[in-house]
Structure formats: C-alpha cells, structure tokens
Design a protein around this ligand. Structure first.
Ligand code: GAL
Length: 388
C-alpha cells in the first residue's frame, strides 16, 4: 500500500513538467515480436548514436492498454536529445530478461519497466542494477527484490474501490447475484484492485445485498473485510482471467452454465479491466436468462468507451496514461541530469520500501465520457459514434 510523504508533491509536479519539456526523445524500437521477440530495429531520430539513454519495457502489445502507453511515451518524448528504446515482453519473463540484456548492451542509464510477472522480473532488474542502471517500476510493481529504485503508478487500491462502489451505487434491494473476476496473480496490481473492491463490497455481501455467484473461496471469507495476501490469492485462483479476454469468456461461460435460476436475472459483475469486461459482457448478454447486468472495467480503452456509449459496459476507471508517462520520464531525466528525484511516498515490495509517485484515478460512465475523455483531449469525439 502507498505510504505518502507530505508536502513534496506539489513542488514535484512543477519540477517534472519543466524537466520533461526540455528532456528526451524516442529512437523507437519495438521488438514486440509477434514474429521476433527480443531483437528490433532502431528507427533513427537523426542521432545515429548506438547508445540509448532510457530503455522502456512494456508487458505486451496484445493488449490495447499497453499500446496506449507506447504511443503516450512516443508523444511525450518526440523531439529532443535524450534517446529511448521501447521493447515489449509479449507475456514472457524470458523475453523480458532478454530485452533488458539488449538494453544494457545499448548502454542505458535508466530502465523503465512494467513487469510481466512481478517476482520473475527481479532477475532482469538485478541485471540492470548490477550495471549501475537506475530501475523505475512502471504501473506494476517489481516485487521481492532490492534492485528497484523508483515506482510510478496509479492508486490501484482506489481502482478497485471505485469499481466496487459503482456496483453498490447501481443496486437496490437484496440477494442480488454478484459475479467476481480478477486479473493475473503474477501481477501485484491484481491483488490491489481486488483488495480495493472487496473493501467496499464485503459489507454489502455480509448484509445480504449481494450473493456471491461464482467463488466458494470468497463465500467462505464473506464476513472478513481485511483479507491477507494468501486469502486474496485463494479467491484470485478461482476467478482470475489472467488478463486474457478469452480466458474471461471461458470462465464466464462456465459460471453461467453452472448457475441456477436464482443467480440469473438482474446481476452485478466485477470485471478487472476493459479487455476482459467486454468479453464478459458479451457472454452475459448472450445468456437469455440474464435480464440485466451492471459491469465494471478499467483503462478507458477506446473499444470500451464505445461499449459504454452503447450501454454494453457500465463504467471504466480512467487512468490518465499521459500523467504516468510524464512521471516516469520526469524521474528518468532528473536522474540523467545527475540529480536525485523527489517522490511523494513509498510501496513495500516485499523486500524494500520503493520510493514512489502515485496518480489518482477517475470513474467514467455514460454521464461523464465527454468531460473526462473528450474535453480533456485524451480522445477525439470523432473516434466514437453515438456521443451526444
Ligand atoms: C495492470 C494494469 C491495468 C491492466 C492490466 C492488464 O497491471 O494496471 O491497467 O490493464 O495490467 O494488462
């Protein structure tokens, strides 16, 4: 959980913005290897040096969320004299390690990495750290290693709280079937998301507002508000989607097939992110015994914003990736300039307290898509149909 340090954060925002504007650019690489996973072509941005200042590693190109981050990094570092390289791990820790070794050989001083698997990424972080490279964990925490220097993230516990609260706010009466889904257990965020959702949903399960429809582990813990990591793990094992939309479909179909009439009708669904929410929503809407559903999401992916406009997904939790990229590149530039970055708090990664910057999240549904996503310049209105 984020331990906040006082006062600094206002100062920080200003300093980061300034350093970013003068800072860095992109010598793009993507070895997201649908066909070639860890070696890539470097497109030249006019500087044909072989060395790279900042290496960036993202989990996979197969999810729109991370393609968003790739583009936001490109936008943020378009034209200046620091060089960067972006690589994708394609859901493989072995690829991830190979990518880090490639970046080390390219002479990076800073590594920004969103791990495929928090624990497994420790080896890659260590390899960089032993070379004196500063390691910044991006969005997801690299866990159980002391080889991490900084962490930039969103308030992941608040993401879950927002999802749980939305389901509560859209529910009257009692005995309402609640279907629970979660992210991958290899991702520390999946625990924070579910923990946040449970913190607000559990009292409503205990008082009979909701009836758990698809997890005996959660049912067994329904009278306990604060769960241990192990208890969270027991529930995640039963309802994980592994962040895979197809696995989400299979799980939803299995749950609906085994659900009795009393668990159908008007239901509530905790879906961990947009990619899985769309596939679960499609599965529920295909079941004629489901008369109505309210379903959560996360990431404000374009396809889910269209689903929300069309009434097929109920909400998403907007995480402004521009802000995360700004924080990450701001830290990197401060380090490259030979200074020590300021942070606003810390996260315990199981080995050390990692100095961190954390950004807020925003609930988005049909009522505020325009304000939060169009008026803010995050997306263009022309990218959607049916916007009022
Ligand atoms: C999480 C991330 C989410 C999400 C997910 C799937 O770690 O915070 O935004 O989409 O991974 O990749």
């Amino acid at each position: 959980m984020f331990k906040r340090s006082k006062f600094l954060w206002v100062l920080l925002a200003g300093a980061l913005l300034v350093s970013l504007l003068v800072g860095c650019s992109d010598t793009q690489t993507d070895s997201s290897g649908s066909d070639d996973d860890s070696s890539g072509e470097v497109s030249d941005n006019g500087s044909n040096s072989d060395t790279i200042d900042v290496g960036i590693i993202l989990p996979t190109r197969d999810e729109p969320r991370w393609v968003q981050d790739e583009q936001r990094f490109r936008d943020a570092i378009a034209d200046s004299n620091y060089t960067t390289e972006i690589l994708f791990s394609q859901g493989s820790s072995a690829n991830e390690l190979q990518n880090v070794e490639t970046l080390i050989s390219r002479g990076i001083d800073v590594l920004i990495m969103s791990p495929h698997d928090g624990d497994a990424a420790g080896a890659a972080a260590k390899a960089a750290s032993l070379e004196g490279i500063k390691v910044i964990s991006y969005d997801r925490l690299i866990t159980n290693t002391d080889a991490v220097d900084y962490y930039v993230t969103f308030d992941s516990f608040a993401v879950g709280e927002a999802q749980g609260q939305y389901l509560i706010d859209q529910t009257d009466g009692e005995g309402v079937p609640l279907y629970l889904y979660a992210g991958a257990s290899s991702d520390n965020n999946a625990f924070l998301f579910f923990d946040g959702a449970w913190s607000v949903l559990q009292p409503k399960i205990a008082d009979g507002t909701f009836v758990i429809a698809n997890s005996s582990a959660a049912e067994g813990l329904k009278d306990k508000n604060e769960l241990s990591r192990d208890e969270l793990g027991q529930i995640l094992n039963q309802v994980t989607t592994n962040w895979d939309p197809n696995e989400a479909i299979n799980k939803a179909q299995t749950h609906l097939t085994s659900a009795g009439e009393e668990l159908k009708g008007d239901v509530r669904v905790l879906a961990p992110n947009d990619g899985t929410a769309r596939s679960i929503a499609d599965t529920f809407s295909a079941d004629s015994d489901i008369t109505n559903y309210v379903i959560t999401g996360q990431d404000a992916e374009k396809a889910s914003i269209q689903y929300i406009i069309d009434g097929k997904q109920s909400m998403t939790v907007f995480k402004d990736v521009r802000r995360l990229v700004e924080d990450a590149m701001g830290l990197a530039i401060t380090i490259l300039d030979g200074n020590t970055p300021e942070t606003t708090g810390a996260y315990d990664n199981g080995s050390i307290d990692v100095a961190a910057l954390q950004s807020e999240v925003i609930t988005v549904d049909q009522l505020n898509v325009q304000a939060e996503l169009i008026d803010s310049g995050y997306y263009e209105a022309s990218e959607f149909t049916g916007l009022e």
